[in-house]
Write a protein that binds this ligand. Structure first.
Ligand code: FAD
Length: 407
């Protein structure tokens, strides 16, 4: 079997792997990425949040992504019947980016990997990881290409950014049940030919159909729009029609706000479904490896935190691995796991409070305290490590404390 040696092997070329690989390459570290698919490939996760921009900036991706003309996202709108709640990221409490993008991930992820390849990063597409064996912090990863040719890759450090592939969680028995009840999502793209003029045309919106059921509308700059429904797993069963297309047409009928805009439009692909999408692990790192992005943890799409965690963890794992390879002692428990879990747990509180109805009560209340709103806006922008924000620091009880006072 052919073999090769690298400093760091990254599994998966989604945003987590791409940010990690870029930062390592900038530091002069020999990095290789192995990716099962060929890009562009479809993946869900199209609404970004501003905190991601810090990571794209650090990885040197902003200019190339900007050049693609993706739709800029300046906030997020939540609807519930006649009630409207708009968060404008420029009003947020924490310092930091006040805009980001809403974009088709196939094109976005390819933009990032194109940049990496232009800079000389070795990405093996169509290459699947089969097995990994550790010897201390060194690892030997067996991969195969689409012709069945196998190869052994020796690495001094391994970053598992394989998303739902969850390579190391499976191989090392690191999977752990999510703390959330099983949810489901179904989604599709349409040519948004009845898009209205003005701000309504491009506003990203979360339309609450029931307390635990919501519909997303994410317009892209090329005239396509992403539509999706998120609901408890059993709810999807109750609305299932003769096939996935009929189910989705039925879902569109449930949104008073969007029914006329989207009913009857052709779907650009068969609506996809993901059931029980929340994932968790027992440990985010081990000797010689770190889990990043969805390979580590995924909570829920409602606040678009997935890519932000993917890039936060990818960037941090890369920087810590670089220090370790340079001979420094890295406290992975404190510097990696505790940091990442803090952010995960802040979002976990807000997602819990969303589905319990408490956060919806706050969002849709007529007289919202502007100071509180700015602090919650920071959380929605992904600035969940800013402990100056009491709505971050006391995430577990902050929302309840506020909604408790509302009539
Ligand atoms: P991915 O982008 O999934 O990349 C992982 C890569 O690893 C893939 O390209 C895969 O081919 C490759 N791979 C897998 N196995 C192997 C293997 N064995 N060998 C080699 N390569 C392998 N997030 C948001 O930020 N905003 C949203 O609006 C949003 N909406 C969502 C809606 C739903 C319904 C769901 C379920 C998730 C949503 N997310 C959203 C989350 C988002 O999809 C993920 O958090 C994000 O894509 C994770 O990025 P990643 O780089 O970790 O993984």
């Amino acid at each position: 079997m052919i073999s090769e040696h690298v400093d760091v092997l990254v599994i998966g070329a989604g945003p987590s792997g791409a940010v990690a690989a870029s930062i390592l390459h900038q530091k002069g570290i020999k990095v290789k990425v192995v990716e099962r698919e060929h890009f562009p490939r479809f993946v869900i996760g199209e609404s970004l949040i501003p905190r991601c921009m810090d990571h794209f900036d650090e990885a040197g991706f902003i200019e190339a992504v900007e050049a693609k003309g993706f739709e800029k996202k300046f906030g997020a709108r939540f609807l519930r019947g006649e009630d409207v709640c708009w968060f404008d990221f420029s009003q947020k409490f924490s310092a930091g980016w006040d805009w980001t993008w809403q974009l088709p991930r196939a094109e976005f992820d390819k933009t990032l990997t194109d940049v990496l390849q232009q800079r000389g990063v070795d990405i093996a597409f169509g290459t699947t990881v089969e097995n990994v064996v550790f010897d201390g912090t060194d690892s030997l990863t067996t991969v195969h290409d689409e012709q069945g040719n196998r190869k052994a890759i020796h690495a001094r450090y391994l970053i598992d950014a394989s998303g739902y592939g969850r390579v190391l969680p499976r191989l090392l028995d690191l999977d752990s049940p999510s703390s959330f009840a099983p949810m489901a999502a179904t989604f599709v793209h349409v040519n948004d030919v009845r898009r209205p003029e003005g701000i309504e045309s491009t506003r990203i919106t979360f339309d609450v159909l029931e307390q635990r059921v919501w519909f997303w509308v994410i317009p892209f700059s090329d005239g396509r729009t992403s539509l999706g429904l998120v609901c408890p797993k059993e709810h999807l069963e109750t609305i299932r029609q003769s096939d996935n297309r009929a189910t989705f047409q039925h879902i569109i009928q449930q949104s008073d706000h969007y029914r006329r805009r989207f009913e009857g439009l052709d779907f650009l692909f068969e609506p996809k479904q993901i059931v029980s999408y929340a994932k968790a692990v027992k440990k985010l790192y081990g000797d010689g490896f770190a889990l990043t992005g969805n390979s580590a943890e995924f909570l829920d799409p409602v606040f678009s935190s997935g890519v932000c965690f993917a890039t936060e963890s990818g960037a941090l794992a890369a920087k810590l691995a670089a220090r370790q390879l340079a001979g420094e002692t890295v406290d992975w428990e404190h510097e990696y796991e505790e940091h990442m879990l803090w952010g995960v747990n802040v979002f976990r509180s807000y997602i819990r409070d969303w589905y319990s109805g408490d956060l919806q009560k706050f969002f849709f209340h007529k007289e919202v305290n502007e100071d509180v709103r700015r602090k919650v806006c920071s959380v929605l922008a992904g600035y969940v490590w800013d402990k100056e924000n009491p709505f971050v620091k006391k995430h577990d009880r902050a929302v309840k404390a506020v909604t408790h006072l509302l009539p």
